[in-house]
Structures are given as C-alpha cells and as structure tokens.
Design a binder for this molecule. Structure first.
Ligand SMILES: Cc1cc2nc3c(=O)[nH]c(=O)nc-3n(C[C@H](O)[C@H](O)[C@H](O)COP(=O)(O)O)c2cc1C
Length: 300
C-alpha cells in the first residue's frame, strides 16, 4: 500500500487529492497530468441544460472570490453523451456532482446515471433551492437531507457523497442526517454566503446580489466544519475550502478529512492540485507517516 492511498466510502483512491466541483474542467489537462489526481469531480449537472446567471457573476475580494455562476451546465443527457467518455478516459474514479429542484428529480437523475459505466460515485449538491419548500436550499433542513439521502441510497451501490453547505445553523446536525440517510461519505464545505458593493456607485458587484464566497479566506471555516463533523460521524470526509498549498491540505486532513479538493486557488495556479499532492507526499515522507495515520490528528 502506498502512503497516499485512501478510501472515500466505497471508492479506493490512489491519493487523497481531487478537485472541487465547478472549479475544474478537463482543460486543466493543459497544465498537468490529470491522471495523477486521486479522483475527478465534475461540475454540478442538472437534468435540463442551464445557461447560468447574468454577468457580472464573479468578483475577486482581498481574500477570496464571490461567484454566482448559477449552475451553468449542458444538462444530464449532453453530459453523459459528450463529457462522461472524456472524463472516464482520464483514469481516476469519477464523481459526478449533480443537483435538482425536487427529490424526485434527484432520483430520476441517479436512475439515468446508473445505466452508464464510468461513474464511480455521486456528489449530491444540496446547496440548491428546493422548489417544494419555497426555494430554501435542500441542505439547510436535516429532515429533507435525511429523506433525500435515503431515497438516493436505495438506488445505487456507487459512492454516495453528500456535499454540505456551511450556510446553516449547525452543520453537524445536517451531517448526521446525511449519514443516517445512507450517505457513504460527506463533502464539505460549499461556498459561504457573501456580498460586495461598489462604494462609489452602491451597485452590488454581482448581478444577483448575494453570492457564494470561496478561496483562502474561508479556510478556517472549512477546518472548523471538518473538525466538528469528523467528531460526529463515522463516514469519510472529502474536505474543500480555501486550499492554496499543501499545508492547507494537511490542516484539513488533521481536522479529520481523508481526502481534499482544490478549488478557487487553482484559478490563480492551475497546476495547484499536483503541487498539493507532491507537497503532501513529501510531508508524509518527512514525518514517516501514511495518510491514514495523519487523519484526525489535530490536538488542542
Ligand atoms: C466559480 C465556482 C463555481 C462553483 N461551482 C460549484 C458547483 O457547480 N457545484 C458545487 O458543488 N460547488 C461549486 N463550487 C464550490 C466549490 O466546489 C467549493 O466547495 C468551494 O468553492 C470551496 O472551496 P475553495 O475555497 O477551494 O474554492 C463552485 C465554486 C466556484 C468558485
């Protein structure tokens, strides 16, 4: 066994470094060998194609990035036809991130994806509005998360990873609900709510106002969420939020994650995922530790 190998629920990963949904595309292969990643994660796919929100929908702040992309994607059918074969050809296990407006629609999407080879697991994006509950995000209600996860778990033997939003009163309650519903791993954190306003004109920097906040500024929030959730559940955690170097990955792993995803910071340094991987490998060698031995070793 190599010192970097890890397990995310039902999937064996050669190493713990992957990419955060929506911040990665196969064009990253222009900068590094994508087959070196422990896993691939698609952008979030919805049943129907989505054009996304009107610009401006990105704004860089001093410590992070505001985005309001609005789940722009080609829709499930086109993804399965045009993109899945390309992702599958890269080699590492593929997690398809997906989202829907109703529980039934989430289920229909899994039923369709189950008919296709080349998908190792699903990352369930519950940060989107639930049209049956006045548009409140699925991931903010423990009962809804439990019911959704239970329905999806009955449809698949593939990895079922629920991606949690930090925009809740208590992320631990939601994490427990996902585990009880049958999630085999958790991904955290999705973006925080943020907003920026041009001081001169008073206009929101983002056309829709409130947006998702990510990047280095949110890392301490991610570390705290991972630490608290890791104390409360016994399924593996895929951590993301502000990783800008291998040291950040080590922090999240010490907090309790068994895998990590690089997101926003790769917009600045496109080859960051493999630099995080190499840095983590050198760190483990220096400490004479395996990845498994590092998980959850934070003390205070
Ligand atoms: C431009 C952009 C698009 C994103 N799109 C998605 C998405 O489609 N699905 C999803 O689950 N998360 C999405 N995210 C959230 C990231 O996957 C990640 O959870 C979050 O940005 C925190 O990690 P980071 O600080 O390393 O970026 C997006 C983030 C950004 C910046």
């Amino acid at each position: 066994m190599n010192r970097l190998s890890t397990k995310l629920g039902r999937i064996e990963l050669a190493n713990p470094v992957t990419v955060a949904s929506g911040t990665f595309g196969l064009e990253s292969g222009d900068w590094y060998d994508l087959s070196r990643l422990g896993a691939l994660v698609s952008k979030t796919i919805t049943l129907e194609p989505r054009a996304g929100n009107q610009p401006p929908r990105l704004f860089e702040t001093s410590g992070g990035l505001l985005n309001s992309i609005g789940l722009q994607n080609p829709g499930l059918e086109a993804f399965l036809r045009d993109e899945l074969p390309l992702y599958a050809a890269v080699g590492p296990p593929l997690m398809v991130s997906f989202s829907a407006g109703t529980v039934d629609e989430f289920c229909r999407m899994v039923e369709t994806m189950e008919k296709h080879e080349g998908i190792a697991g699903y990352e369930v994006n519950v940060s989107c509005p639930n049209v049956e509950r006045e548009g409140m995000a699925f991931g903010t209600d423990a009962q809804v998360v439990y019911d959704l996860t239970r329905r999806l778990a009955a449809l698949t033997q593939r990895e079922l990873c629920v991606k949690l939003t930090p925009n809740v009163t208590d992320i631990v309650t939601i994490a427990r609900a996902a585990q009880e519903g049958g999630a085999t791993s958790l991904a955290l954190i999705n973006t925080l709510l943020g907003m920026a306003i041009d001081p001169e004109t008073g206009h929101s920097r983002i056309a829709r106002g409130v947006a998702g906040y990510s990047g280095p500024a949110i890392k301490p929030v991610a570390v705290a969420c991972v630490w608290r959730v890791a104390q409360a559940v016994n399924i593996p955690i895929l951590a993301m939020g502000g990783i800008a170097g291998w040291e950040d990955a080590v922090e999240l792993i010490r907090a309790g994650a068994c895998a990590v995803a690089v997101g926003t910071a790769a917009f600045v340094s496109p080859d960051l995922p493999v630099r995080v991987l190499d840095g983590l490998d050198a760190f483990l060698a220096r400490k004479e530790l395996t990845l498994a031995e590092l998980v959850g070793t934070a003390t205070f």
